[in-house]
Ligand binder design. Structure first.
Ligand code: SF4
Length: 355
């Protein structure tokens, strides 16, 4: 595949991996090290922890701190700093903050501890949002009054649109997220090629699958024929997962959402529909989002738009490391800065050229 890439690479092209899981897989496998010099890689807004806005971090900190609820979250959120520190620091001070692997675990806490208000921190894209919707429907069926969700779920296609329409962003091709695509299918990406003339390839997460997507993108770009390809046909149906889509549509409606680096993107969030509004923790506990702009010298916003690479940030590897992260891109297991930091050594090692 590398030889094929060398044959078809005729001019410099810039590819973006939208999804944080791809970012990690590319770093871990050393794919960057075997690519022809004409192909440059940047990362996109597909790490849900990284795109969470400072305003939202402060809001859920308030829930766990001042409102004294039991906050249940995925582990990556624990060390993301807001203006008043992180959830990990709040927990060390005595707040009841628990790490879970699924929304159903949060539901089990609500079931087992009826005297406590259990709030699940709903973070993630179309991949995890159906599970949150399922948990909410289960809470309805069981009549659990002490379960709610601080809802930060977002949807990917409108973020890609905002990114491509933004100033100063020049991308030739996109590796499209595999997990999200399992749910939404191929159709929601059609605008990428049709309106922006940019190629896209839905890819799995094994190195050969990612390489196949790169070869497809390079071929399409060099041929001047933008299109959306599905290289992950073993998992992604053209129409996606209709059951999960139905679940999402029953519980949520499109709403505005703020993305770090991209600002507020109309319709890119998932709001509770009226019939499920009582599960909205922001309403239940009267949490108001306040404008927050932290000035800590972190460039995660630019990294999430593919405008710079982690090594362009003056804090990278010095003041900002996985042990002492300044921004979410260094905290998250899907973060670009963490991927570059963890696998930087690998990038300097000669890799075999046959894959
Ligand atoms: S290296 Fe740290 S401070 Fe710099 S952009 Fe990445 S997370 Fe932010």
């Amino acid at each position: 595949m590398v030889e094929r890439l060398r044959e078809i690479s005729k001019r410099p092209i810039k590819l973006m991996e939208v999804c944080g899981t791809h970012t990690m897989a590319i770093g871990k496998s050393g794919i960057r090290t075997v690519l022809p010099a004409e192909i440059e890689f940047v990362s996109g807004p597909g790490c849900p922890v990284c795109v969470t806005a400072d305003s939202d971090i402060d809001a859920f900190m308030e829930l766990a701190g001042e409102r004294r609820v039991t906050l249940v979250t995925y582990g990556d959120m624990m060390r993301v700093p807001g203006s008043a520190g992180s959830l990990a620091e709040l927990k060390a001070e005595g707040a009841d903050i628990r790490v879970a692997y699924s929304s159903l675990e949060a539901l089990a806490f609500a079931r087992g501890e009826p005297q406590k208000e259990i709030v699940f921190l709903g973070v993630g894209f179309e991949t995890t949002a159906p599970a949150t919707a399922h948990a909410v429907k289960s809470a309805v069926a069981e009549g659990l009054p002490n379960f709610s969700v601080y809802n930060l779920h977002k949807t990917v296609p409108l973020a890609i649109r905002a990114l491509l329409a933004g100033d100063g962003v020049q991308i030739d091709g996109l590796i499209l997220p595999g997990h999200v695509s399992v749910i939404i299918g191929e159709t929601p990406y059609a605008f990428i090629a049709a309106e922006f003339g940019v190629s896209g390839a839905i890819a799995g997460f094994e190195p050969p699958e990612i390489m196949a997507a790169i070869v497809r993108l390079a071929g399409d770009i060099n041929a001047g024929k933008p299109r959306i390809s599905n290289i992950y046909t073993k998992a992604v149906e053209p129409e996606g997962n209709l059951v999960a889509q139905g679940m999402l549509d029953e519980v949520f409606a499109p709403g505005d959402a703020e993305w770090r680096g991209l600002g507020v993107i109309p319709g890119s969030g998932l709001e509770f529909r009226e019939g499920f509004a009582s599960f909205d923790a922001a309403k239940r506990f009267s949490i108001e989002r306040r404008e927050v702009r932290l000035d800590r010298g972190c460039s995660c916003g630019e990294i999430l738009k593919g405008m710079i690479k982690p090594s362009d940030c003056p804090l990278f590897g010095s003041r900002c490391t996985p042990e002492r992260p300044v921004g979410p891109c260094m905290v998250s297991s899907e973060g670009t800065c963490a991927a570059y930091y963890l696998y930087n050594d690998m990038a300097n090692v000669d890799q075999p050229t046959q894959m």
